[in-house]
Each structure stands twice: as C-alpha cells, then as structure tokens.
Design a protein around this ligand. Structure first.
Ligand code: 5GP
Length: 134
C-alpha cells in the first residue's frame, strides 16, 4: 500500500494545522481552503474509501466530524456548513485516504448546494431505477 500525504501528516512527518484530535481522528486545515476554516477529518485507521472502513471507524470518523464542526463554529461562527466526501478518482478524490471535508458557509459566499455538484439526471424513470434495488 502506497503512503499518502495524510499518512505522513498523521505520523507527524509533515506539518498540519490541527483543528481537533482524539484517539480515532485528526482534523486539520486544508492547505488549499475553499473557505476560511476548510477542514479535513481523517480516521487514524487507514482506508482508501468509506467502503474500506469498519462500522466502528465510520462511527468514530463522523463523531470526529461533529467535534471538529463544533470547534469551527465556536472559533469562526459560520452560518452553515457543507460536508463532503470525494469518493473515488472520478468523483474528485485526489488523496487515496478517506477524508471528510468540512466547509464553513456564509451567505453570499459564491457557493452552491449539493445540487450544484453533478448535472447528470437519468433518462430512466424513478420507478425503473427503484426496481433495480428490489
Ligand atoms: P480530495 O480532493 O482528495 O477530496 O481532497 C484532498 C484535499 O487535501 C484537497 O482539498 C487538498 O487541498 C488537500 N491537501 C492536499 N495536500 C495537502 C497537504 O499537504 N496538507 C493539507 N493540509 N492539505 C492537503
């Protein structure tokens, strides 16, 4: 398994600006922030994507997201947040170590909602797609 930049940050081999840490996760400022306080949360147990993590790790990861969000709210008082996971290369995942983006939001910050990320509505009806899951 190839070492990623996040392995090195977790090992303290390259510096990062810590926002929150506990025994399960590290949250640190994104080096190319999309907004003030843009933070990444990584589990201390490696997985490339969400599908590689145990239930326990997923649980502690999202608890870590909540703790980091509280901290960012206290410090920067944003009006909202966008949480994001670029899952797989095609979805924009550039670091193959699972991580959750916490992006603080303010009114008129030139951002959009989840609905602005992908414009690929299906040609099938919702009933046809639902049938695939039954
Ligand atoms: P992805 O595109 O994989 O969802 O997000 C990876 C994020 O990691 C990017 O937003 C990028 O700015 C951030 N990043 C890449 N290298 C470093 C680094 O060395 N330090 C920090 N703090 N963030 C990094």
């Amino acid at each position: 398994m190839e070492e990623t930049i996040f392995h090195k940050i977790l090992a303290g081999e390259i510096p990062a600006h810590k926002v929150y840490e506990d025994e399960h996760v590290l949250a640190f400022l994104d080096i190319f922030p999309l907004a003030k306080g843009h933070t990444l949360v990584v589990p201390k147990v490696f997985g490339e994507t969400l599908l590689d993590l145990s239930a326990e790790t997923i649980s502690s990861l999202w608890q870590g997201v909540q703790h980091a969000t509280k901290k960012i709210k206290e410090v920067l008082s944003p009006e909202g947040f966008t949480f994001g996971v670029n899952h797989g290369e095609v979805a924009g995942q550039s670091v193959p170590y699972v991580h959750v983006h916490i992006i603080p939001r303010w009114a008129d910050d030139n951002g959009g909602s989840m609905h602005s990320i992908v414009k690929n509505p299906p040609s099938e009806s919702i009933e046809e797609i639902a049938a695939l899951f039954t």
